[in-house]
Ligand binder design. Sequence first.
Ligand code: HEC
Ligand code: HEC
Length: 239
Amino acid sequence: MGKLSAGFLACLLALAADDPGERLYQAQCAYCHGPRGEGGRGATLARSRLRHAPDDAALHRVISRGIPDTGMPGNSMSAREVEHVAGYVKSLGRVAQPPLPGDPQRGQQIYSGKGGCSECHTIAGRGGPLGPDLTDIGARRSAAHLRASLTDPEADLPDGFLQVRLVTRAGHHLTGVRIDEDTFSIRIRDLSGAVLSFWKSELAELHRDRGKSPMPSYRGPALELDDLVAYLASLQEAR
Ligand code: HEC
Ligand code: HEC
């Protein structure tokens, strides 16, 4: 594929496709789910069993209504179009995926050992709360997205994530992740995981660092990266 971006490839595939389901898919779904269903910010669809869509009725529902409180949007396709896209999604699941190179068991050791990942992330309720929960990350993200999240955490931040830096009137500097905010107050989780609330009137400075992440990029050897990705990809449990 060389330097072709996934978006450009999706465009070409959309133009070239004979099948109306494939055309719709490349135009409306591929930028999240990958031109071949390999996943990206969206779940991997090239698999025989889909968590949210165990049967045709559920698949149609997911495609037309989306999945509430996730990055999966609904859309205004007609019932016929939904049926076409659903047919195409099912065909993706019949193509075998290449196995991942790493060893998930070694990846788990790095994760909870020297990787220091569990200080910030929870899996099945265990770990620190600063980063997103990873319990079912393997079902929600592609291996390529997981790898990029480790080597370049700022490349594609999860929806709703915002790093903030603030300075109180008393002169304290804090960095954290926004939990919520309204006109008068803001709640953050600082780097130690503690939840702190402030009235905005108490703050001398408030910076919203869009596109920034407190997560360090992983600098270990390539083989360890393979192992970590294999471990994360194996995390498929429903939350
Ligand atoms: C803006 C990004 C985005 C777009 C566009 C998008 N999706 Fe999704 N989709 C997601 C995400 C994220 C999830 C995973 C939700 C979760 O489980 O947290 C998902 C989940 C799904 C699932 C469930 C997968 C499973 O394992 O159960 C199906 C099926 C699906 N999408 C199909 C589609 C189709 C077909 C389209 C185009 C009509 C589409 N999506 C467009 C982001 C997107
Ligand atoms: C200092 C806290 C911190 C540490 C340590 C940390 N992370 Fe993160 N991680 C975050 C935060 C915050 C995010 C959300 C913003 C982003 O994507 O960078 C994140 C995002 C991620 C994502 C993307 C999640 C998604 O929904 O796309 C993955 C995967 C991930 N981390 C895995 C790891 C692994 C594996 C390690 C250990 C090698 C690790 N993290 C170490 C804080 C951390």
